[in-house]
Design a protein around this ligand. Structure first.
Ligand SMILES: Cc1cc2nc3c(=O)[nH]c(=O)nc-3n(C[C@H](O)[C@H](O)[C@H](O)COP(=O)(O)OP(=O)(O)OC[C@H]3O[C@@H](n4cnc5c(N)ncnc54)[C@H](O)[C@@H]3O)c2cc1C
Length: 292
């Protein structure tokens, strides 16, 4: 996501400096620092500022929920560059490339998350963090559009993530249903269990196809904002149902760590929250449908 934004909005110098480091793995990760403690669904309400100086900008403020923020080689950071009074809401926000270890940038302790424990999510404070002019990504005061474009693509990624977790959950549930015996037969013989598996397969296939439709629209250069939100909303909500059913198939064993079912339930939950909550996806979809 970070490499794609830099490739699309960056200067030739920015692209040739950062993108190979991201794609080759020289940087462990790139981070996307849009959310703040008081600005999640409404990023236009951000408080972080970047004040222009003679030779660059000075960043001050706090970002929240920065995935891989403690490890990223470069972070894309959004900040207000014009006052809210003259540039309300999404106007007056710019986008910056901040390198790991820049003085004044302080990642906080990792969040103690319910799931996705293989990734690190941290708050980051910016305290008089000085950036050169060349750190500006895209046009001054036009950074919000960069964030929205990135999120459109990111939402396809989250729909794929949800589909992948759900696919694993259904595989585990199917295996368990064939192995586990009650009443002298595999529980897979019971229609109640078969229906859980059938409903999950139906929703999984639909999620995968919606994800692929959005991805193909993006690949082919067609508009895909609505398709990405539809895919993200459906796949994340369906995946939560699929993981819950998979846990149910495991009975009590689903509730303990001996099987992956409980981890799938914890890991999948966030797909309904980040890169725009389900409620925000519904807003995007309805706005788009009502406009046509
Ligand atoms: C594990 C994790 C990783 C993350 N990684 C990143 C990252 O790398 N970079 C980054 O920038 N952010 C990241 N986020 C932040 C994430 O994008 C936000 O949590 C999300 O956008 C929701 O914002 P919020 O938590 O402030 O909730 P809020 O915006 O406060 O929402 C609270 C509730 O109100 C609802 N709500 C808000 N506004 C409306 C509305 N207009 N209509 C209807 N309902 C509404 C929401 O749907 C939600 O149910 C991450 C979050 C998590 C949990």
């Amino acid at each position: 996501m970070v490499g794609e934004i830099i490739g699309r909005y960056g200067t030739d110098e920015q692209t040739s400096y950062y993108v190979p480091k991201l794609t080759s793995g020289q940087y462990l990760a790139g981070s996307f620092a849009l959310s703040e403690p008081g600005a999640g669904s409404d990023p236009g309400g951000m408080q972080t500022t970047a004040t222009a100086t003679r030779d660059g900008f000075v960043l001050n403020g706090s970002k929240a929920w920065v995935t891989s923020g403690a490890h990223a080689g470069v972070l894309v950071v959004w900040a207000r560059t014009a006052p809210r009074e003259t540039h309300p809401g999404a106007k007056g926000i710019s986008c910056f490339l901040v390198e790991r270890g820049t003085p004044g940038m302080k990642p906080g302790p990792a969040e103690k998350k319910m799931g996705l424990r293989g990734s690190n999510t941290v708050p980051i404070a910016f305290d008089d963090c000085r950036l050169p002019k060349s750190a500006l990504l895209g046009e001054l005061n036009q950074g919000f559009a960069v964030a929205m474009t990135a999120l459109d693509g990111g939402r396809i990624g989250i729909s794929a993530q949800a589909t992948g977790i759900a696919s694993a959950a259904l595989e585990e549930a199917t295996r368990y249903a064939k192995d586990r015996r009650q009443f002298d037969r595999p529980i897979a013989d019971f229609q109640a269990i078969q229906w859980l598996i059938a409903d999950s397969k139906m929703e999984l296939d639909a999620a995968r196809l919606l994800c692929l439709r959005a991805a193909c629209s993006k690949r082919d250069g067609r508009p895909f904002t609505r398709e990405a939100s539809v895919a993200k909303l459906f796949a994340s909500e369906a995946a939560n149902r699929i993981c819950d059913r998979a846990l149910q198939v495991h009975g009590g064993y689903g509730y303990v760590r001996d099987f992956a079912a409980e981890r799938h339930v914890r890991d999948v939950r966030v797909t309904r929250i980040y890169e725009g909550t389900s409620e925000i996806q519904r807003t995007v979809i309805a706005r788009s449908v009502l406009r046509t």
